[in-house]
Design a protein around this ligand. Structure first.
Ligand SMILES: NC(=O)c1ccc[n+]([C@@H]2O[C@H](COP(=O)([O-])OP(=O)(O)OC[C@H]3O[C@@H](n4cnc5c(N)ncnc54)[C@H](OP(=O)(O)O)[C@@H]3O)[C@@H](O)[C@H]2O)c1
Length: 282
């Protein structure tokens, strides 16, 4: 049985869906089962919190593989707790959702968090695969509020390009690593198929909703103010601004052939991602 964490989120949700479609036995570990919505009816669900090790033994019991998403807290600690519980339960293989920053920006805060999370999994004694994607296409969902209210997106990214990746492609690689042999000890850097600036992504969203939208390149101070107003914690704001500064000088544009090599098809484009999410921007 495969234990899936992060199942109420972008990637874990897609992993759960694809494992169910493939007929694999799965169990979702969630903090609040109600947040699983319709997905909850199709799978076994167990309540657990990666920040509370005492909740994890029962959650991991009987699992032979695990998909780990560590988010919204102290990533290394969450990864260490999960890997420890996995080892105790006799899990044979862990697939960890990590980040390309481990390779492309190991010394910024986000890179350090993920490097340390990977280290905790690697030292657990359980076999592992690291999934290391760059920026998610779903990050643009954070623009929905200002698109609806002001017809505009405010970001400090200039005309820098990134390669937004569809969460279904990240999930498909994770599912492959969970359900077939030969992925032990592998680190898969993933990227979307096209390099797009924020302005180009905004234009695509505008075309999809049939309304011209503005992209406004703002200063780092303005972006900080925006995130502070949104209630984001200071440590997260600093980490994001540090990552943005690197993106502005070209970090995030690197292509990766891994999705195509592993899945035997090209990675999904931003337009394909948008087809499924367009309603969020109307
Ligand atoms: N966004 C990017 O561009 C990007 C790029 C590379 C890597 N990443 C990495 O990808 C991960 C985020 O993936 P995502 O976008 O799929 O996540 P997401 O949509 O933000 O969802 C986070 C998931 O983690 C769960 N969670 C949070 N804290 C938990 C805890 N203490 N115990 C158990 N579950 C917990 C949440 O469950 P609840 O329903 O309980 O909140 C939710 O299911 C992060 O590690 C991030 O650094 C992101």
């Amino acid at each position: 049985m495969i234990l899936v964490t992060g199942a109420t989120g972008n990637v874990g949700g897609a992993v759960l869906e694809q494992l169910v479609e493939a007929g694999q036995p799965v169990r979702a570990l969630v903090r609040d089962p109600a947040r699983l919505g319709e997905r909850g009816g199709k799978v076994a669900v167990v309540q657990g919190d990666l920040s509370k090790p005492e909740t994890l033994d029962a959650a991991f019991a009987g699992a032979d593989r695990a998909f780990l998403v560590c988010a919204g807290g102290d990533l290394p600690e969450l990864a260490g707790n999960a890997a420890g519980a996995a080892k105790k339960a006799g899990v044979k293989h862990i697939v960890l959702l990590s980040s390309s920053s481990v390779v492309s920006a190991p010394d910024i805060q986000i890179g350090r968090w993920h490097r340390e999370a990977e280290a905790r999994v690697k030292s657990s004694g359980v076999s592992w695969t690291m999934i290391q994607p760059g920026g998610f296409a779903s990050n643009t969902l954070q623009w929905a509020g200002s698109i609806k209210a002001q017809g505009a997106v405010f970001q400090p990214l200039g005309d820098a390009k990134t390669r937004p990746i569809d969460e279904r492609d990240i999930a498909a690689v994770a599912v492959k690593a969970l359900t077939s042999a030969g992925h032990e000890g592998k680190e898969y850097v993933l990227a979307g198929p096209e390099a797009l600036s924020a302005a180009e992504q905004v234009a695509k969203i505008g075309a999809a909703i049939g309304r011209p939208l503005r992209y406004v390149d703002v200063s780092e101070d303005a972006a900080r103010e925006q995130m502070t107003k949104a209630g984001l914690p200071e440590v997260f704001i600093r980490a994001v601004l540090e990552a943005f500064a690197l993106i502005r000088v070209g970090n995030g544009e690197e292509p990766s052939p891994t999705v195509e090599e592993l899945l035997g098809r090209r990675a999904r484009t931003f337009d394909e991602w948008l087809e499924r999410h367009v309603e969020a921007f109307r």
